[in-house]
Design a protein around this ligand. Structure first.
Ligand code: BG6
Length: 501
């Protein structure tokens, strides 16, 4: 595996720890090797030491095994170089051939693009020009993983797809969306299609609406420069949340073949009713956090963060309402929201069912009679909660809402895999089910394009418009309240206090 951008945060925090865990479980092929590439000069030894520290730091749920590390580290190598320098690829070629001889890597190479996004296209082209993109040996493969963000808009995503496809076959291009590697996100498929009892309810007849929330307590965490160009809609909704929407709304696949599953997901994106540019404000809301308090600590506003312009209009919160024009979901709204510096970190899907058609119980018997709700908790406390009415103990007929819980941590003993472990292994095995195809990426950009354009044309006048440590701007409440609904407070979230500063 060749990692471009090996001195970056992703390699340290995610990639090497994920590979180490795979090694720990005996899932890596013998001789598996990594060549890290970036501009900083470093020896193999220095790179190994750096990665050792990172693994010790980020391996928070399993012990660090010195003996295993010593063996694993023998497979870590480093090369400094400029990705725009053709000679660098010649040196890489020599290194790869050498490793093939000394560690029997079978001629297979996986390239991982984790550089600045503007370099993805040039690296792919250089891999093509140098011949590195083609395996010479019969039966060997060359694959490429592309980190997010995949483009900045529809046009740039199309261009990047062109650059990649000019060099690699589509089946060898793996566009990563780490949300798809999360156990609970994959469990949406198991829940829907591994059980016979939910599918009959999974449609406009029984579902009132769907909410998908990805709330984060953290701010931009030193990524101000990237985030300023991205914003919440691009950073989370265009990719992660729309992918979750696809899993919730897709038709049952005929098989779990990668292309079959991905085609069913594309159908969902194609069914999204285009948001009218002139009415975008009725369908989408943006926000930016001001200063506030999180867990008893004072935190600064977005505009005061490092590498963020003091007048920045980048949104750190986004909510959209979407409709799907198909038989199953006609008229059912899907509300998606995400934000930084919110009151709690919680990602969940809430399926709100329709109310019971007739109230047979007298008012005195039922105080609070919420419609049934199914919550799929992506994180934290991974699991599923189903809310329903139950009779309270006692002589009279009185009802109260109760919850039925499935918790991953209670039901299974196995350690849940981190998203990157699952995804890296899948690429090595050649399984693209959890990766995005060209048409998926482009269809997702099409969904958000009218909102991006409308927001570009009308800069916000009220930023910052929510307090760090709240649930986001008041306009997000209005977006859903105008339909007579309200956001579900993520389960186990603390209570909100105070107003906008
Ligand atoms: C990344 C975004 O893709 O996902 C980050 O760039 C965000 O801004 C992160 O914090 C959230 O992922 P997770 O796995 O922590 O929910």
């Amino acid at each position: 595996m060749v990692i471009f951008g090996a001195n970056g945060d992703l390699t340290r925090r995610m990639l090497i720890p994920a590979l180490y865990r795979l090694a720990f479980e005996g899932r890596l092929a013998r001789g598996f090797s990594v060549v890290g590439i970036s501009r900083t000069p470093m020896t193999d030894e220095q790179f190994r030491d750096k990665m050792r520290e990172a693994v010790r730091k980020y391996l928070n749920d399993s012990p660090f095994d010195e003996a295993l590390w010593a063996e694993f580290a023998q497979g870590l190598f480093y090369m400094d170089g400029d990705i725009f320098d053709a000679a660098m690829y010649d040196r890489l070629k020599v290194r790869i051939e050498e490793l093939d001889r000394t560690r029997q890597t079978q001629g297979n190479v996986l390239f991982y693009l984790s550089t600045q996004p503007s370099q993805y296209g040039p690296v792919a082209k250089a891999l093509g020009a140098s011949g590195l993109s083609r395996a010479e040996r019969e039966g060997a493969w060359r694959r490429i993983i592309v980190e997010k963000p995949f483009g900045h808009d529809l046009a740039s995503a199309g261009e990047l797809n062109g650059d990649l496809q000019g060099v690699f076959a589509e089946s060898d291009i793996y566009r990563i969306d780490h949300y798809l590697g999360k156990e609970t996100v994959q469990n949406v498929l198991a829940f829907r299609f591994g059980n016979g009892i939910f599918e009959p309810l999974w449609n406009r007849r029984y579902v009132d609406h769907v909410q998908i929330t990805a709330a984060e307590r953290i701010g931009v965490e030193g990524r101000g420069a990237y985030y300023q160009e991205a914003g919440a809609l691009r950073d989370m909704i265009q990719n992660h949340l729309l992918q979750v929407l696809c899993l919730v709304a897709m038709e049952p696949p005929v098989s779990f073949d990668a292309d079959e599953v991905r085609s069913k997901k594309v159908d969902v994106l194609r069914a999204v009713r285009p948001i009218p540019l002139e009415d975008a404000h009725d369908h989408a809301v943006r926000g930016q956090y001001g200063p506030g308090w999180i867990e008893g600590e004072k935190v600064s506003g977005y505009r005061e963060e490092d590498d963020v312009a003091p007048q920045s209009n980048t949104e750190t919160f986004a909510a959209v309402k979407l409709f799907l024009d198909n038989w199953r979901w006609q008229g059912v709204p899907f509300y998606l929201r995400t934000g930084k510096r919110l009151l709690a970190t919680a990602s969940e899907i809430c399926i709100r069912f329709r109310r019971a058609p007739h109230r047979s119980f007298p008012r005195s018997a039922v105080g609070d009679w919420p419609p049934n709700c199914l919550i799929i908790r992506i994180q934290p406390d991974e699991g599923i909660v189903l809310g329903f009415q139950a009779k309270r103990p006692g002589p009279r007929m009185r009802l109260s809402p109760v919850d039925m819980h499935f918790l991953y941590s209670e039901a299974f003993e196995e350690r849940p895999h981190e998203a990157y472990e699952t995804l890296l292994l899948d690429v090595m095995l050649g399984d693209a089910t959890l990766f995005k195809r060209t048409d998926q990426v482009e269809a997702a950009w099409e969904v958000v394009t009218p909102v991006l354009e409308a927001w570009d044309e009308n800069p916000p006048s009220d930023f910052p418009n929510y307090r760090a440590g709240s649930w986001g701007p008041a306009a997000a409440e209005r977006l859903i309240a105008q339909d007579g609904r309200s956001w579900t407070v993520p389960t186990a979230a603390p209570e909100e206090t105070g107003g906008m500063e």
